[in-house]
Write a protein that binds this ligand. Structure first.
Ligand code: AMP
Length: 189
């Protein structure tokens, strides 16, 4: 299986690149942000709870997120592989993902990280707010909070995969196609 963790701060382009990667490599896309938003739209219990954290730019608690991710992954038992997009975002989530994949006799192949500077991220998120309809993109204070949460809680996940020799960083500034081909080069190395 080809199991990729697509990593990067909010606005790095994970969703855009995930769409291209899953088509090329025939993978299942698991985006925790998308799954939360679909639960919010359907006003499920999980959605209502998740929204209370997302609206503040905070992370949804690990236990909830991990359970949800696992049950989504279990809906695709014959997958060629998965792209994990926006997950794991904490060290316990990364550990839980390894444990979960081990029960399926597989594991993470690599973490692909989109590296983008903070100023570029803020500009992109402000632009995205005009079209995404996402309330967490609309408020500069919430954007700032999400970047802070990323630096404090999510950045350490990078060293988790570095320690396993699975971290691959790619410059995330440039055209979508150039970045995509850099990601494909890393995958085929
Ligand atoms: P995203 O679409 O990946 O930018 O996620 C939007 C929001 O959903 C985040 O700011 C968090 O509040 C929540 N979220 C998404 N993925 C996770 C995760 N793996 N752990 C905790 N919260 C998450």
């Amino acid at each position: 299986m080809l199991n990729i963790v697509l990593f990067g701060p909010p606005g790095a382009g994970k969703g855009t690149q995930a769409a291209k990667l899953l088509e090329k490599f025939n993978l299942v896309h698991l985006s925790t942000g998308d799954i939360f938003r679909s639960n919010i739209k359907d006003a499920t219990e999980l959605g209502i709870l998740a929204k209370s954290y997302m609206d503040k730019g905070q992370l949804v608690p690990d236990a909830l997120t991990i359970d949800m991710l696992q049950s989504e992954a279990d809906k695709h038992p014959h997958a060629n592989g998965y792209i994990f997009d926006g997950f794991p975002r904490t060290h316990p989530q990364a550990q839980a993902l390894d444990d979960f994949l081990a029960t399926k006799n597989t594991g993470i192949t690599m973490m692909l990280a989109l590296e983008v500077n903070e100023e570029e991220l803020k500009n992109r998120l402000t632009e995205r707010a005009k079209v995404s309809g996402r309330s967490d993109d609309a408020d500069p204070k919430i954007i700032q909070k999400r970047i802070e949460v990323y630096n404090a809680e999510t950045m350490p996940v990078k060293s988790y995969y570095q320690a396993q020799n699975k971290y691959k960083g790619v410059n995330g500034v440039g055209s979508v196609d150039v970045i995509f081909s850099a990601l494909c080069t890393e995958i085929s190395k």
